[in-house]
Design a protein around this ligand. Structure first.
Ligand SMILES: [Fe+2]
Ligand SMILES: [Fe+2]
Length: 199
């Protein structure tokens, strides 16, 4: 009985996938129709949101770099600032690849995460390792927001048949993930232990 239910649901999901593929094929023929779909509108809106966010992140990284104590962390923030500029130009290519104009839409989420980082700078002692430990967590919150966004948008791009956009979004996703891991390494190697020794 249980086996039968599984078979039925597998058959149903295979059918759904086939249907989607057909829709993707047709969408190429009727691009106008696709442009008016709710999913396409959401996709473009989400791109505008992250386009705004990346811009805000550049300024935030600058402040975090100035505030950081450890040279390794300052360097990591500087490197990621350069990468973030690349993310912005990649997003412009994504907009172009789907025949949309690059536009920024205020992203309240990133504003909140960045505000938290500014609060950390205000409430921790200059030159302390505690500040660096806290800054790393603040930066990782930014990365995780980006990872969730790029991961989801890359998958949507694949589903909608936007291969070029998917490729660009996946490249950025990979850099955000590497940055996140790099920050963990810096915390574990240079910062957390010393921060724990502070008053
Ligand atoms: Fe980014
Ligand atoms: Fe990032």
């Amino acid at each position: 009985m249980a086996t039968k239910t599984t078979e039925t649901s597998t058959a149903a999901s295979t059918e759904a996938v086939t249907d989607k593929k057909l829709t993707v094929g047709n969408a190429k023929v009727d691009e106008n129709e696709m442009k008016h779909s709710s999913l396409h509108k959401f996709f473009v809106d989400a791109l505008k949101d992250i386009y705004y966010a990346e811009d805000a992140i550049i300024t935030a990284l600058e402040k975090m770099q100035e505030a950081a104590t450890t040279e390794e962390l300052k360097d990591a923030f500087e490197d990621h600032q350069l990468q973030t500029k690349k993310h912005i130009s990649r997003l412009e290519k994504v907009f172009k690849s789907i025949n949309e104009e690059p536009e920024r839409k205020k992203c309240e989420a990133i504003e909140g995460i960045i505000k938290e980082g500014e609060e950390i700078i205000k409430t921790t002692k200059e030159g302390s390792m505690t500040r660096d430990a806290a800054l790393i967590i603040a930066a990782q919150k930014v990365e995780h927001y980006e990872i969730a966004t790029y991961g989801g948008l890359a998958q949507l791009a694949i589903t909608m048949g936007h291969d070029k956009a998917a490729d660009l979004l996946e490249r950025t996703l990979q850099e955000e993930e590497e940055t996140d891991h790099n920050l963990t390494d810096i915390a574990e190697t240079f910062i957390n232990f010393d921060a724990e020794q502070e008053d």
